[in-house]
Design a protein around this ligand. Structure first.
Ligand code: PAF
Length: 304
């Protein structure tokens, strides 16, 4: 069945009121449209969390607040009919697609979310104001939909970390889960911005996932080896204008120079191919895998 379309806050509130009275868990997937299989996987994951009959809401809103001057706000792909069809195929109940005036009635809001120090590194350093814009609209969507659970893609790893942090620090009561990055068979992470790439740029863009995989493959030899392997792979890839490449801890706090064996880490890259800015990341475990020894039975399992 086609999702019910809500384009105003009132329509959304009316649609969700009855469901809330019935005590159903509400799930939300926030998007800017131009939906692809990565978004579909977030919808499936959210559905699995809330259960078959509960309301799954997808928001579709290209948020001007998170685009800087000279960024791609005007040319961001808008593909409403295809997006609606994907939502229908994924069993979405409500598609919330408001106008800019509906979300920001008085223009730019006076009160916005200050995302704190985590937003000053990586994407935040390259795109000043971006995460204040993201968190402000996500806080608004949380306020309008009042979801119990939401799933954000791990491809936007820093965004996921910040949304989690916001929900916890501001006691918003929304469970924020991460959904695994979906890739093309050749490794390219799915992104709405991949549509900007021509065939040659698309081939060039594969350098991002190759670089991360090189780091992953060398991670058993330690942090320095993983970093060196990633840099070597990248140096073989002309046409990639690197913004940053880091191996950091999973909460983005940085790593000691010599992390102990078994340390979990994340390799993260951002680069421009032509005029398209792409980001990607992969998990790593640094150093030789720690031998856990023979598995011990829990007291329950051990009881005869
Ligand atoms: O990841 C996105 O598409 C956007 O940043 C989000 C979370 C929908 C907020 O506009």
């Amino acid at each position: 069945m086609s999702p019910v379309l809500a384009s105003t806050r009132q329509e959304l509130a009316d649609l969700l009121a009855a469901r809330r009275v019935r005590g159903e868990r509400v799930g939300l997937v926030c998007t800017m449209g131009a939906l692809h299989e990565g978004h579909a996987s977030l919808m499936r994951r959210t559905r699995a969390e809330i259960g078959p009959g509960a309301p799954l809401v997808v928001s579709l809103f290209v948020n001007p607040l998170q685009f800087g001057p000279g960024e791609d706000l005007d040319r961001y792909p808008r593909t409403f009919e295809e997006d609606r069809a994907l939502c229908e195929a994924e069993g979405v109940d409500v598609l919330f697609a408001p106008s800019v005036d509906e979300v920001y009635p008085g223009g730019r809001p006076q009160v916005t979310v200050e995302p704190g120090p985590l937003a000053t590194i990586l994407e935040g350093a390259s795109r000043p104001g971006h995460f204040a814009g993201v968190l402000t609209v996500v806080a608004k969507l949380f306020g309008l939909v009042r979801p119990d659970v939401t799933v954000f893609g791990e491809k936007d790893y820093q965004q996921l970390a910040l949304v989690r942090r916001m929900s916890a620090d501001l006691c918003l009561g929304v469970e924020v889960l991460g959904g695994e990055t979906v890739r093309e068979p050749d490794g390219l992470a799915l992104s709405s911005r991949n549509r900007y790439l021509d065939d040659e740029q698309r081939r060039t863009a594969l350098a991002l996932s190759r670089t991360l995989r090189a780091a992953q493959a060398a991670a058993a030899e330690g942090l320095a080896a993983a970093e060196a392997a990633a840099r070597t792979e990248l140096s073989r890839s002309p046409g990639v204008d690197l913004d940053y490449l880091v191996i950091t801890d999973p909460s983005l706090g940085g790593l000691p120079a010599e992390p102990p064996p078994g340390t979990a880490a994340r390799a993260i890259i951002a680069a421009r191919v032509g005029s398209t800015r792409l980001i990607d990341n992969l998990p790593l475990v640094l150093g030789p895998q720690v031998d856990q020894g023979p598995s011990r039975l829990s007291p329950q399992e051990g009881a005869s």
